[in-house]
Design a protein around this ligand. Structure first.
Ligand code: HEM
Length: 87
């Protein structure tokens, strides 16, 4: 049988690895959005042949996914956080 603590650590590792992987498209698309024009007709703009709306959608979806993973990360460590707060 796997030690229960080890099982927890495996979940932590999966969540953190996933968060790390998802953070890459968040960063890449945020640089793209920073470079792309804004304003009325900026929806027609493209970067590397990819439409602004596609950059935006990938940024928004991966952004929210990243936030969800950070929340899960914090929930998994609530005991540590609580221990520090109550000191
Ligand atoms: C390192 C982290 C991030 C950076 C550097 C970043 C950067 C940017 C930039 C440069 C824009 C374009 C602003 C403009 O139109 O002038 C943007 C838009 C946006 N970001 Fe982020 N972002 C980050 C994380 C996130 C996360 C975590 C979320 C998820 C909640 C998010 C959601 C959005 C949304 C919804 C928009 C508006 C898109 C649109 O309709 O134009 N971002 N971000």
């Amino acid at each position: 049988m796997v030690h229960p603590k080890l099982k927890d650590m495996k979940l932590d590792l999966i969540v953190d690895l996933f968060a790390g992987i998802v953070f890459i498209p968040v960063i890449v698309t945020s640089i793209a959005l920073f470079l792309l024009p804004d304003g009325k007709h900026s929806g027609l703009a493209t970067l590397f042949g990819v439409d602004k709306v596609v950059w935006t959608n990938i940024h928004t979806v991966t952004g929210f996914l990243f936030i969800a993973l950070v929340v899960i990360h914090l929930v998994l460590h609530y005991k540590y956080i609580y221990a520090i707060i109550k000191r």
